[in-house]
Design a protein around this ligand. Structure first.
Ligand code: NAP
Length: 414
């Protein structure tokens, strides 16, 4: 057990355990949270009230979360001169399930992304992003309700691995010389160089988690999204390894190409495993969204796709996410710090609140998550929503971040 200098371990809570591939969740689990930069404080204030209200309503006094604030980002730097104190990483590991607000990442220099660091250090290898439509939200689509997908984005490899060198740096020059002299490939002078590693282990465990999710939730298909036509040995291998994983599941999974062959897909509940090229997938999600359910993607494809899909159903204000490994998970919204709205009590807290729904599902406290979803549906139906939703909903009344939290709590009774 780590010792904590800046955080306080709640005396009334207990640690979540992990055995045999399953979480052991006590009735008063200690859950660390990172408030986040920019709009993070506004969002967290509203979200935590919604979470506590849902747990209380779902379980009476029997269950309760013991929240533990841990520092990261600007708040951590002010208090400790460190953007990501080691004790924060220790807490996320030790207490297993946590939730965070967005953290600032300066572009092109300065500190490395804290989000990417957390995902790598804690080996949170799947970024899970469900995208669904809430009735009444404005959308650029004619039939937004047809989109109901969950993206499993590989989180630790690909060009996001952070292995890159600046143009003109000694490292880039050395690598360029090596590639020319040893491997016979020319790179233009003064090139920046990034490396795109994609391993069999990393790709397979991601696709495996996506298939397990589809089986658990009785979903019809898993689609691997890649650019294997061009990047044959990285993204092409991702697809091939994915099909190998599919075969591990026997008759529970059938490859799309085998459908219709004797014996294949004989089980009515078999998950269909298919693959699509990334650029075509963007079109498919716009034109034939109902044909897709779970998507399994390498890191960069999944990043683009999940934001684009979120826009189809109403935007980043209601786009949740979870970074999940084996027995450790950090839930967080898809959006960033939206700094221009910081401390205005204006931003939509819906993404963090829905990330909390994912967290409750992960804890096995589905009842609390169901109440929150009902509360959000009713808040949207009442047309009392934050600015981002209001501007797409004719006749809506704009409410503040905290006001939207109140509406969601009220909507749990509806
Ligand atoms: P952003 O913070 O996601 O904001 C971009 C725009 O998206 C906002 O201006 C707003 O659009 C809309 N938006 C974002 N969150 C919203 C919410 N809760 N409710 C309603 N609308 C919302 O992206 P960014 O400006 O590119 O990034 C800002 C900082 O966040 C950067 O430092 C970036 O690195 C960081 N970031 C962190 C994470 C993370 O912590 N996981 C993720 C992404 C980015 P309108 O202006 O149209 O209202």
């Amino acid at each position: 057990m780590a010792t904590y200098k800046y955080a306080t371990v709640p005396a009334n809570g207990e640690r979540i355990g992990y055995a045999g591939g399953e979480l052991k969740v006590p009735d008063r689990p200690i859950i660390p949270f990172i408030e986040g930069d920019g709009t993070g404080a506004d969002i967290w204030r509203a979200s935590v009230r919604v979470f506590d209200a849902a747990v209380k309503k779902a379980f009476g006094g029997k269950r309760q979360i013991a929240w533990m604030e841990v520092l990261a980002g600007e708040k951590a730097f002010t208090a400790t001169k460190d953007w990501l104190p080691q004790e924060t990483v220790d807490a996320l590991q030790e207490f297993r399930v946590s939730i965070k607000g967005p953290l600032t990442t300066p572009v092109g220099g300065g500190i490395r992304s804290l989000n990417v660091t957390l995902r790598q250090v804690l080996d949170l290898y799947a970024c899970i992003r469900p995208v669904r439509y809430f009735e009444g939200v404005g959308s650029p689509m004619k039939e937004p309700g047809q989109l109901d997908i969950t993206v499993f984005r590989e989180n630790t490899e690909d060009v996001y691995a952070g292995i890159e060198w600046k143009a003109g740096s000694p490292e880039a020059d050395k690598l360029r010389a090596f590639i020319k002299n040893e491997l016979g490939k020319d790179l233009r002078e003064h090139s920046a160089i990034g490396i795109k590693p994609m391993s069999e282990f990393g790709s397979k465990r991601l696709v495996r988690m996506a298939i397990q999710y589809a089986l658990k939730h009785n979903l019809p298909s898993v689609t691997m999204v890649h650019k294997g036509n061009i990047m044959k040995f990285t993204e092409g291998a991702f697809r091939d390894w994915g099909y190998e994983v599919g075969r591990e599941f026997g008759d529970q999974v059938v490859a799309e190409a085998d459908l219709g062959k004797a014996g294949a897909g004989a089980r009515a509940d078999a998950v269909v495993l298919k693959d699509r090229i990334a650029d075509s997938m963007f079109q498919q999600l716009l034109l034939r969204p109902s044909e897709y359910s779970v998507l399994a993607t390498p890191n960069l494809n999944g990043d683009y796709l999940s934001d684009a899909a979120a826009a189809q159903v109403g935007g980043l204000g209601i786009a949740p996410g979870g970074n999940v490994g084996d027995g450790v998970a950090v839930f967080e919204a898809t959006h960033g710090t939206a700094p221009k709205y910081a401390n205005l009590d204006r931003i939509n807290p819906g993404s963090v609140i829905l990330s909390g729904v994912m967290m409750f599902e992960y804890l096995g406290w589905e009842e609390a998550g169901t109440l929150i979803v009902r509360g959000l549906e009713n808040a949207i139906a009442s047309k009392h929503v934050t600015y981002d939703l209001a501007r797409q909903m004719p006749g809506a009344v704009e409410v503040s971040t905290s006001g939207f939290g109140d509406q969601i709590i009220k909507g749990m009774d509806g």
